[in-house]
Structure formats: C-alpha cells, structure tokens
Write a protein of this length. Structure first.
Length: 511
C-alpha cells in the first residue's frame, strides 16, 4: 500500500498563484470518460436519505425483537431496515441523558441509552437527537434536580397535578439547561457520529409550539436564548429548527392564524446557521400554504428534514385529513401523501419513524422507499470528464468535468457547520491497489449549486509535482478538505468505484 501524499490544496487557487494565466494542457493525448449514475444504492451521505427512528425505551436488541432485521416488503422480499437508512434518530428526555446533575448517560457505556446508540454506530450509521424538556402527554422529561434547585414550572393543564415541566423563561432552568447543553455538545459535536440535532426542542413534544411561559412577552427572548446557546455549542454538527407558524408561540388551541413574528424567527435561526425541519408532513390541515411558502423560500439555501404527522397505527384518525385522499385502513395512502409533500418541498431527508409507520413503508409502500433513494435528497455524479493520458511531472494539467445532481434536494455545503468542506478531488491511484498516491482538491467547486436538471461544468488546472514517473489511474471523488482530502461523500457512480470511494477513470502515464 502506498502512502497518500499530504498535499491537498486548491487546484485553481494554487495554480493561479504559481503560473498566472495557465495555458491549455500541454499533454496532447486526452481521454474522454463517461459515467453512468447509480440510482439504487444507499450511500449514507450526510443530510440526505431516510431517517430511521428509535423508540425512547428501546434497547440494543430491538433490531431483532422488533423485526427491523427481518422486515417484509410489499415486493415479497425480506430486508434490514438499516440497509435503507442514512441515520437513526432518537427523541428522548433530558432526564434520560442526565438523571442526576452531572451524571451523563454517555459516560456510562453500559447504560441502556448508550447501548442503543452504540448499536447504531456499530452498523456504520450516524445518530441524530431531540432532547425533550416539556412533559405534557409524556411524563416528566426534565430531571428532578432542576426543580429541586428552584426552577419554577407547571403541570399539564389537561392533567392537573401531573407531568411537571419547567417554564422556559425561568432563570434556574436556563442555567441548568445551559450546563447540560454544553456538556452534550462536548460529547456529540462530531459529524462522524452525529447527523443533526434538533436544537430548539422546547414546547409540546419538543416541537417548539404550545409553549407555556411565565410571561408570554418572553417568546422572542427565549427563542434568542435557545438559538444562541445552540450556536455557541454545536460548531460541526448541523442544527435544526421547525419552520411551522407556531414557532415558540403560547397558543394551544389549534394551528390558527400566523403570528406576526413567525417568519422573522425562522429567518433569525437561519441566519445563525440553522437548517429546517417540519413534523406534520402529510397533515394537510397543519402543513398548509404558509408552510409550503416557507419551504419554497428556503429551498437550496437550507436543507429541509421532514417528519410525517399522522400516526397510522394508533389513535390518529388520518382518514379525516382535509385532503380527502386517505382511506381508513390504508396506511399506504398516508405514505403516498407524505412522499408527494416531501417531493414538493424538495426535502433532503424523509422519516421512517417507528411501529406502523416503519411497517407500512416497507410492507405497503416499498416502491416509494426505493424511489426516495433514487430521487430524493441529493445524488451527485460526473457524467463526463476529459483527462490527459500522459504528462510530464511539473507540467500544468487540465481536466474538464461536468457534474449532475439527480436528487430533488441539494448538497448543503453552504451551511456554516460544513463551510464548503466538500470539494471535487482528483487523485493519481496506484494501479495495483487503486488507493490514492496523491490528491488535489478544486476549491472552486460548489456542490451546493448543483441542482437537478442543471449540470455544472468546470475546468480544473493544477500542477503535479513530487510524483514518481510511472503508470497510474486517474480517480475522482468528493473529498472532505477538513480530513486530509479523504473521500467525504460517495459519488453516485454505477461502476468502477473503489473500496475507499474513488471512481477509477482512466490510465495515465507520468513521464
């Protein structure tokens, strides 16, 4: 195995400094390469694909006990759910993560919660979080020590004397929550392990609506406090905020009219680096024209993560949805409604959730599962490249290449947590191992600008030095410049993909 050179710089930027106006490639022999797209494989690239949910009380054996490793499909196959998901998502309580002050679940590898999370990591998947504070409908979600320290709160108005929760504008609550949030970020602000975090998870079910404050005038100050706290803690892992109309609002009598500052709050969160999610896809009485307009406003500026709203196997009467498109006893109707709404909003990630939602996606709507793999989120590949078949060491080299996104979403390299870290990279691969000997990254490539139906072409020019004469194979990949230009995103290429994720292109001789 040959060692990869640590040289990883901007092609265009470095070459321009070294050579000024760069001439056309001096090599006379060029090889044209065409690449066919892979529309089937699940690549588990970040912020795209299916999100598999975990039950808050589950243990690490749920894969077998709940049938996730033997899921029957509507096409007659038996599959593993994890083979179709990019990440797993857990929505659990603050008390589960910190049952006693300073006693964090992640410091106890034998805790049930960490066994569950580790079982996800063991499958090569990332985890995503929502930490719920409000206890209405669920039981007390905030650790008791917070109230023992003097935080004021309220009982569930619909269940007097039960499910105590803290006021989000209480100073003691905020002090304890800040300490917990910083500690959680120290452990989980790792994009190799964590997909995203729902960073404004106050309110009923952590959905940032139906808020109860000490003083309703504190709606925006609390919003500013939470979003600023999250921004100060999570620098590398994407953060999400809901884009529904009742964001942070104390109204608890239905969806209702749009509060005057709803759009303003969403914009403030986006300006701080938040991406977007909505938890009522397929519920046409909640996901209405205002929400659709917000999705259109932020499309290709921030990724959208969806969650379906109807619970088809429980108490929800989904067949009464205002759309009139869902039949009682036909969960597949709801799955199709969620899919259509997701396509319209150009979401990057869809949810499988748990129980009947997961079962019906696979047993009744499996073609839609595979369709989202093929058409949803982002799916990137170069359809044509032109590369020199030989050159002299030290000569300028020119490569032309054209890229496509066959997904309806976008690759969000523009979010602050990524900061354009993914770039097109070219490498000389060892002819025997197809491992990279030397890599160059083109800093002028902007993956967030690659949209469906709009191919983007580049001419990359760079100088190759420090490479021994000999025969190599050209390789292309989407590399992570934060990580020594190793492969960061899998290209959707059908053939010639190496185990490390490089696409082998053509032979090249270095003189």
């Amino acid at each position: 195995m040959k060692l990869l050179s640590s040289f990883c710089k901007s092609m265009a930027g470095v070459a321009a400094v070294m050579f000024g106006a760069i001439p056309v490639n001096a090599a006379s022999a060029l090889t044209s390469v065409t690449i066919a797209p892979d529309t089937v494989s699940v690549f588990r690239n970040p912020l795209t694909g299916w999100v598999m949910y975990l039950g808050r009380t589950w243990d690490s054996d749920f894969w077998e006990t709940r049938g996730y490793d033997s899921m029957l499909t509507s096409t007659g196959d038996t599959v593993r759910v994890s083979d179709y998901a990019s990440c797993a998502y857990i929505r659990t309580s603050w008390a589960s993560f910190e049952p006693e002050e300073g006693k964090y679940a992640w410091n106890d590898p034998d805790s049930r919660l960490m066994r569950l999370i580790r079982s996800v990591w063991d499958r090569g998947m990332r985890i995503a979080f929502r930490v719920v504070i409000d206890g209405r409908d669920q039981g007390q979600n905030t650790p008791q020590y917070v109230f023992d320290a003097g935080a004021e709160g309220y009982y569930d108005p619909k269940n007097p004397g039960q499910n105590y929760s803290p006021y989000p504008d209480d100073p003691v609550f905020q002090e304890k929550y800040e300490k917990f949030f910083h500690a959680m970020a120290e452990e989980f602000d790792d994009p190799e392990k964590v997909e995203f975090i729902d960073a404004y998870s106050l309110g009923k079910w952590g959905e940032s609506h139906s808020m109860i404050y000490k003083d309703n005038a504190n709606k925006e100050p609390v919003f500013d406090w939470v979003t600023s706290l999250a921004t100060s803690c999570f620098k590398r892992v994407p953060m999400l905020v809901h884009y529904h109309r009742m964001l942070g609002d104390p109204t608890d009598d239905g969806w209702g009219a749009v509060p005057e500052n709803a759009e303003k709050l969403i914009g403030k969160a986006v300006d701080l680096g938040f991406s977007l999610r909505h938890d009522a896809f397929g519920m046409t009485g909640y996901y209405e024209d205002w929400e659709k307009e917000q999705a259109r406003k932020w499309n290709f500026r921030r990724p959208i993560i969806m969650e379906g709203g109807w619970i088809t196997g429980a108490h929800h009467r989904y067949w009464r949805d205002p759309s009139g498109e869902y039949r009682e006893g036909h969960a597949a109707d709801v799955r199709l409604g969620e899919y259509k709404a997701s396509r319209e909003a150009r979401v990057n990630m869809m949810d499988l959730r748990i129980n009947d939602e997961t079962r019906s996606w696979f047993e009744e709507a499996f073609p839609l599962v595979k369709s989202f793999v093929a058409h949803g989120g982002y799916r990137l590949y170069p359809d044509s490249l032109s590369l020199p078949s030989e050159f002299k060491a030290g000569e300028p080299v020119t490569i032309t290449h054209r890229w496509n996104n066959i997904g309806w979403g976008y690759c969000p390299t523009n979010i602050p947590q990524w900061n354009q870290c993914y770039k097109v990279g070219f490498a000389l691969l060892d002819t025997a191992t197809l491992e990279p000997v030397k890599v160059w990254a083109d800093n002028d490539t902007r993956l967030d600008l690659w949209l469906k139906g709009e191919p983007v072409s580049y001419t990359s020019r760079f100088n190759i030095e420090g490479v021994a004469p000999g025969n190599y194979v050209w390789g292309v990949a989407l590399v992570d410049v934060r990580n020594d230009c190793r492969v960061g995103l899998r290209i959707a290429a059908k053939d010639n993909v190496t185990p490390l994720g490089w696409v082998a292109l053509s032979s090249v001789s270095v003189k």
